[in-house]
Write a protein that binds this ligand. Structure first.
Ligand code: NAD
Length: 476
């Protein structure tokens, strides 16, 4: 069946009716949904790995097992373990003197209803299923639109989810931007979008027509600052692990590096050593992932060409001197760019590929000024053991999250909220913060008993004079 606005709206209506009829799902049902999800991922992990490999042309099967199977599980287990604690009524204090007279205040975490979810192609399983830990724990139903750029993974996700879940619990809709655009017009109770900032503008505008609240998980240029106290060998290994995983097609990939001018050569030499160690060859190396398609391959290559034309030095790290002009898949070897200037596209567009500009500074404040001249990024990374320098960087920059002495790591911590700030995103999910993000945090106040009603006479008409004395006495 074609996914038109009308057909998708039919499923949304069915979900809404079901929710009104059945009420908030029990804890047992939520745990059951989470367990079904976990089993679905783990039982079919090798099929997912194969589908991802076909979608990409070549995607590291080892990395896929890690990123699109095993790393989703702790998030689900964490939700199952904590769901009773999270769903408990959250007691708050009541204003003076009502609290003393028996009034009660609390926050009750209630499901929102149906959460719409649009996910991208770079980690199709992780970003399609990972958010469900918090969404299901909060008792919601879901309608999902995966990316058309990873069609085999998307079809497999749909097939398995259609079998494991009733369509009133979880429904999947395949299709591209047209389906995505109709999807965002639906009157969801919340819409979670993961993808680029450009599309997010359309998503938010469309959701605004129905005042649907949004969580936007976007990207940006996540900088790495290397201090002089950093171990260059270890830093290069950690940075290049993050930059070459999924060929740099990671929202949190280190986008560019800032290093002291006297340490630049040492750092680049360690980057070269690392690449040779990780990938002695690239073209037929199954653990070196391809760029998803020709459009993105051309986009990344044009960033390199533009930088070169404007005077940058391009250092393509190609350990076996392979010829990349003819190749079966879209592979781009790790490429370091130096002598950059701010008029180069590579310095203001999110790279989303295995290309690493290395910019030098003489004084750390120059690094801070460059970071602060750009949009606030999703991640920020500092390498070094100088506590004052670390504090200076953290206190004088802003980003959605920070990892110190590594890259990407904060997203993997199951108890930290994940999200961006400003153009890198709106809202936070993962763990308890995710549970709250996908809950209606309903504020409940139970007033004092009827027998104390006389107390209110002091603030109710008819007024015999000014009530200011009473109001002042309440300012305690
Ligand atoms: P994209 O924006 O091109 O596509 C994402 C999704 O949006 C797809 O499902 C697509 O079909 C859908 N879509 C496209 N046009 C649409 C429209 N007009 N209306 C509604 N939906 C539409 O993004 P992408 O290329 O798939 O992903 C790359 C971007 O995502 C990068 O910027 C990256 O940093 C970001 N990202 C962020 C996170 C995060 O968690 N913060 C994770 C992964 C990727």
């Amino acid at each position: 069946m074609e996914n038109t606005y009308e057909t998708m709206n039919g499923i949304l209506s069915a979900q809404k009716k079901h929710f009104i009829k059945e009420g908030a799902p029990s804890i047992d049902l939520r745990v059951d949904r989470l367990n079904r999800l976990k089993a679905l991922i783990m039982d079919n992990r090798y099929d997912f790995v194969e589908a991802l490999n076909s979608d990409y042309g070549n995607r590291s099967k080892n990395a896929s097992l890690m990123t699109d199977a095993y790393t989703i599980v702790p998030e689900i287990d964490n939700a199952i373990k904590n769901i009773k604690k999270w769903t408990k009524v959250d007691k708050r204090s009541s204003n003076f003197p009502m609290g003393l007279l028996g009034a009660k205040s609390y926050v009750s975490y209630e499901p929102l209803g149906t959460v719409g979810m649009i996910s991208p192609w770079n980690f199709p399983v992780n970003l399609g299923f990972g958010p469900l830990a918090a969404i299901f724990a909060a008792g919601n139903q879901v309608m999902h639109k995966p990316s058309e750029l990873s069609p085999l993974s998307a079809a497999l996700m749909k097939d398995l989810c259609d079998k494991a879940f009733d369509e009133t619990e979880f429904a999947t809709f395949l299709g591209g931007p047209e389906v995505g655009s109709s999807f965002t017009k639906l009157h969801f109770d919340h819409l979670l979008y993961t993808g680029s900032g450009e599309v997010a503008k359309h998503v938010m505008q469309s959701a605004a027509q129905n005042l649907v609240p949004v969580t936007l998980e976007l990207g940006g240029k996540s900088p790495v600052v290397i201090g002089n106290s950093a171990d260059m060998k270890v830093s290069a290994k950690r940075i290049m692990f993050g930059k070459t995983m999924n060929a740099g097609q990671i929202c949190l990939a280190p986008d560019y590096v800032l290093v002291h001018k006297h340490k630049k050569d040492e750092f680049i030499s360690e980057v070269e050593n690392t690449v040779k160690e990780f990938y002695p060859s690239i073209k037929d190396n199954e653990d070196y992932t391809s760029i998803i398609n020709e459009r993105h391959f051309d986009r990344i290559n044009s960033l390199i060409t533009d930088a070169k034309e404007k005077g940058a030095h391009i250092n393509q790290i190609n350990p076996s001197n392979e010829d990349f002009s003819q190749q079966e898949f879209y592979k781009i070897p790790p490429t370091v760019i130096t002598n950059t200037t701010e008029d180069m596209n590579v310095m203001h567009e999110e790279i989303f590929g295995p290309v690493l500009p290395v910019v030098t500074y003489e004084n750390i404040n120059e690094a801070l000024a460059l970071i602060n001249s750009k949009d606030r990024p999703l991640g920020l990374y500092y390498f070094g053991s100088n506590k004052d320098e670390e504090a200076n960087i953290l206190n004088n920059t802003s980003s959605g999250g920070v990892t110190i002495n590594n890259v990407v790591g904060h997203i993997q911590q199951k108890d930290l909220p994940f999200g961006g700030v400003g153009p890198s995103g709106i809202g936070r999910y993962h763990s308890y913060d995710g549970f709250k993000n996908f809950s209606n945090q309903r504020a409940v106040f139970k007033d004092i008993g009827f027998k104390f009603d006389k107390l209110f006479e002091a603030i109710r008409p008819p007024y015999k004079g000014s009530i200011e004395k009473v109001l002042k006495s309440l300012l305690k």
